[in-house]
Design a protein around this ligand. Sequence first.
Ligand code: F6P
Ligand code: MN
Length: 345
Amino acid sequence: MTGQIRLDEHLQRYSTTAPHAPAVSGAIDAIASAATEIADLIATGDLADASGLTTGRNSDGDLQRDLDVQADMILRRRLGSLPIAALASEEMREPQICDREAKICVAIDPLDGSSNIDINMTVGTIFSILPAPDDLDLAFHQRGSAQLAAGFVTYGPQTSLVLTLGDGVDIFTFDRRADCFRLARSGVQVSEACDEFSINVSNRRHWDPPVRAFVDECLAGVDGPANRNFNMRWIGSLVAEAYRILTRGGIFLYPSDARPGYGDGRLRLTYEAHPMAMIMEQAGGSASTGRERILDLSAQSLHQRVPLVMGSSAEVCRVEELHCDPLLVASGSAPLFARRGFFRV
Ligand code: F6P
Ligand code: MN
């Protein structure tokens, strides 16, 4: 049944369910069309003069590649004529106010994981759709729990759109022969059984003790309090890590660390952590800073960073325990019962 349902049919059905739904559907449809254009560009790479080479820095100081700029232009062109009140992008210093009468606001990370473009690895587009508040200056200062929809596209061996409209998570894969996205998996659930962790270990010496304690527990495997072995994966593209977690469980961490500029981690709250958190929770997983639920947070500024821990709930919960109870960390490792006794399985 899944492969029979096209994205446009799914959106058409949803668009009758609420006053804001037609605008949300329209925005997702435009993002999906932009995604096929971006996928083409990435697939052609050097042959289309889209090399992934660094061209400068964006307004927030991140290295910017030619494809970051092109993806941003493609998305803004596709979204530009729609009823959208405000549009924010990683590549723009300030949000753009578009149609004051419109019911929704859209935030995008046009090309996530762009440091992976020039090596032919999976990258993606992330988006978050919010209701338009009366005061549009507050458009991107809402709690993550206000999101109406969120999703991301992966440009990898498959071009796939992971989507939540607030009622579970579905994955649509682009069918090149039919030139449309088709439902590949519906009601995606993050597996509870998690034995894969993902973190950039090169930063270990800069981490806070609770993060170090958690990773040490994973590394200790069957000889430690987790009582099972873990595998490790680090792709360096948030979209690819999230897709892996949705497929086979696991935990991803980009914590704060002691390097200058990393006091709040690296990832952005509005167009990276919020949409990922909505997707994780809608799939039965969790997303946290280590201390707080990501969806309870609201950004003070558009490009605000936030520590992100997401994936299988039991492991995210373990990271939170280690942050909240310094005694667990100070004791070198947690008492065994905290991981596998009467209180946890
Ligand atoms: O958007 C930021 C990003 O590219 C994510 O996709 C990825 O998880 C992270 O940066 C990688 O950061 P680092 O290069 O520090 O490991
Ligand atoms: Mn990104």
